[in-house]
Design a protein around this ligand. Structure first.
Ligand code: ATR
Length: 264
C-alpha cells in the first residue's frame, strides 16, 4: 500500500488528509494519506525515507516549505523560483520538490472568471505564500503588483522576483483592482488588520488566502461595502489536486462534495 503524508508544525488543522483520502477512495487507489507534526531536525530522515521508497509522497506546509530544500536532489523551476516546496515525489532516483501553490492560485482565479490581465494587484503580507502568488500573477500578465508588509524589509526582499513588483509602506492603500490578504491575520475569527480599507470604493476583488474561517473580517467588511470576495478554499483544493495528479497520475474530480469536505 502506498503512503502519503502532509508535514508541518502545527499540523492538527490540516484538511489535506480529508481531501486526499476522499480522492484515493473515489479512484480505488491502494493508498492512505496522514498528517504528521515534525520538527526541523526530522526533515533529513523523512526525506531519506522518500528516497528509499518507504514514503510514496509528501506535502509540506508551514513552516517547512523552504526548510526542506537542502535535502532534496532536485527542484522544479517553480520551486526554485519561489524557494518554496509543497509537494515531494521520487522521480527516477531523485527526490524532487515542486510547488503546486502557484497553479493552485492560478486555477482558483480562473474558477472565478475574474480577468486579471493588466490589473493592479495589492498584496498584504510578505510571508511564505507570497512568492507563489507573485509567480502566478506574472504568468497572468497583471499590470502591477504592489506589496505592503508590516515589516517593510521583508517585502523589499521580494522585489527581485519580478519587475512588476513595487513596495509601499504599511498603512498606505494605493489604487488597486484586486487586494490579497496574504498575512496570517484573520486565522483567529476576531482578529482584523489595522488598515482602513473603507475608502477604496466598490466592485474590487478582495481575496483572502485564509479559508478557515470562511469569511475573515477582511472579507466581511469588503462584502458590506459592495466588493466581490473570495477565500482561499479553491486555491487549497487545486494545489491538492495537482499534487494528487503528480503522485497517482489521475486528475481528481473537484465537485460540490469535495468543496463541502472543507466546510468544517
Ligand atoms: P512567515 O513570515 O514565517 O513566512 P507567514 O505566516 O507566511 O510566516 O507570514 C505571516 C505574514 O503575516 C507576514 O507577512 C507578517 O508580517 P511581518 O513580516 O511583519 O511579520 C504578517 N502578519 C502577521 N501578523 C500581522 C499583524 N498583526 N499585522 C500585519 N501583518 C501581520
Amino acid at each position: 500500500m502506498k503512503n502519503y503524508l502532509v508535514i508541518g508544525n502545527p499540523i492538527l488543522h490540516s484538511l489535506s488528509p480529508e481531501l486526499h483520502n476522499y480522492w484515493i477512495k473515489k479512484n480505488n487507489i491502494n493508498a492512505f494519506y496522514e498528517k504528521q507534526e515534525l520538527n526541523k531536525d526530522d526533515l533529513k530522515d523523512l526525506i531519506l525515507k522518500i528516497k528509499l521508497g518507504k514514503i510514496s509522497g509528501v506535502n509540506v506546509t508551514v513552516p517547512f516549505k523552504k526548510d526542506v530544500i537542502p535535502y532534496l536532489d532536485k527542484l522544479t523551476l517553480e520551486s526554485e523560483y519561489t524557494q518554496s516546496v509543497n509537494t515531494i515525489y521520487l522521480n527516477g532516483d531523485k527526490v524532487t520538490g515542486h510547488n503546486t501553490d502557484i497553479n493552485g492560485f492560478e486555477l482558483a482565479m480562473k474558477d472565478m472568471n475574474f480577468d486579471l490581465f493588466d490589473k493592479k494587484i495589492l498584496i498584504l503580507g510578505a510571508g511564505g505564500v507570497v512568492p507563489s502568488i507573485i509567480y502566478a500573477l506574472n504568468k497572468i500578465k497583471v499590470h502591477k503588483i504592489i506589496l505592503s508588509n508590516r515589516t517593510k524589509k521583508k517585502a523589499e526582499n521580494l522585489l527581485h522576483l519580478s519587475n512588476k513588483v513595487e513596495v509601499t509602506d504599511w498603512g498606505i492603500i494605493p489604487d488597486f483592482d484586486m487586494i490579497i490578504n496574504a498575512t496570517s491575520v484573520g486565522l483567529n475569527d476576531k482578529d482584523a488588520l489595522d488598515l482602513d480599507l473603507s475608502k477604496v470604493g466598490k466592485d474590487k476583488l478582495f481575496y483572502d488566502v485564509i479559508y478557515n474561517p470562511k469569511e475573515t473580517i477582511f472579507l466581511k467588511n469588503a462584502k458590506k461595502s459592495g466588493n466581490k470576495i473570495e477565500n482561499g478554499k479553491r486555491m487549497f483544493i487545486h494545489q491538492a489536486a495537482i499534487s494528487f495528479k503528480i503522485w497517482h497520475n489521475i486528475e481528481p474530480e473537484i465537485n460540490e462534495e469535495v468543496i463541502k469536505l472543507l466546510d468544517k
